[in-house]
Design a protein around this ligand. Structure first.
Ligand SMILES: Nc1ncnc2c1ncn2[C@@H]1O[C@H](COP(=O)(O)OP(=O)(O)OP(=O)(O)O)[C@@H](O)[C@H]1O
Ligand SMILES: [Mg+2]
Length: 262
């Protein structure tokens, strides 16, 4: 029986990117498809090109080769359908949490009452209803990360691009935010590409985990855990096996383990 491939919502077609025309391809002829509503996680060592690929998918950088399509349309600039959580915290220090969440709207027009209601609802959903009027300096690192996630979700984007959004957090807060994110994506049918260095985080969140190495995606693995995900799944043998396999791939050990027995 053959399985019909699902149509892509994000289609990356032999996309390449060089920061310098004479320099190396930081993203090198990548082909990748994310079906609508799926979460794909991208793992890879520092400097392999993950942030660059995410910026290409957001239309913040234009590929120097190939193309990126969102819902069939080739990207020609920053995608209005995408919300982005940057690797470095990018909240504006002089704005309240609420005004930071409203920023994508206020850059375009004066926010209406309905926009404020939506932003407050998002802050409520990430557990920050009581912090809407605080400035970032009066929020903990985890609370700032939640504001950044809420900001990326304002306007209900079709696509969420997240660059190590929880990297600076303690393990428990991180797990809570992973559950928040899964809940919000499931609620809205959001498609997501999530960059992380944490293999367990990738397996917990993803429908597919991709491993990137020197500008290329060298490995893709479907994660067949049921949804909704639950924290007990982290101890399931299939979860641990997926983590182990991805770790081997990242260590380059997969080639060794595939070697035929002598
Ligand atoms: N603006 C830039 N100009 C020139 N080179 C850049 C620029 N941004 C990134 N690079 C280079 O491109 C390569 C990939 O960078 P990128 O930020 O995509 O890596 P990454 O996989 O996200 O790494 P990390 O895990 O450390 O965040 C690196 O060698 C980096 O030095
Ligand atoms: Mg990066």
């Amino acid at each position: 029986m053959s399985i019909e491939p699902k149509p892509g919502f994000v289609t990356i077609e032999r996309a390449g990117y060089r920061y310098d025309a004479a320099g190396p391809a930081v993203v090198d002829a990548i082909d990748w498809t994310i079906p609508r509503g799926e979460i794909h996680c991208l793992l890879g060592r520092s400097g392999c090109g993950k942030t660059t690929l995410l910026k290409l998918a957001a239309g913040l950088l234009m590929p120097t080769e190939g193309a990126i399509r969102i819902g069939g349309e080739a990207l020609a600039g920053p995608s209005p359908r995408a919300g982005f959580v940057f690797q470095a915290p990018t909240l504006l220090g002089w704005l309240s949490a609420l005004d930071n969440v409203l920023l994508p709207i206020s850059l375009k027009r004066r926010p209406a009452v309905a926009d404020e209601d939506e932003a407050l609802d998002l802050l409520n959903r990430v557990g920050l209803a009581d912090f809407a009027h605080r400035r970032p300096s009066a929020l903990s690192g985890g609370q700032q990360s939640r504001v950044a996630v809420a900001r990326a979700l304002v306007g209900n984007p079709d696509l969420l691009l997240l660059d190590e959004p929880f990297a600076a957090l303690d393990a428990l807060t991180r797990e809570e935010l992973q559950d928040d994110l899964l809940r919000l994506c499931a609620l809205n049918g959001t498609t997501a590409l999530f960059v992380t260095h944490d293999i367990g985080e990738a397996v917990y969140l993803a429908d597919t985990v991709a491993v990137m190495e020197a500008g290329r995606i060298t490995h893709g693995r479907r994660i067949e855990l049921a949804r909704p995900r639950h924290r007990d799944m982290r101890y399931a043998p299939s979860f641990i096996a997926a983590c182990r396999e991805l770790r081997d791939v990242m260590d380059g050990a997969a080639t060794v383990s595939r070697r035929p027995a002598a």
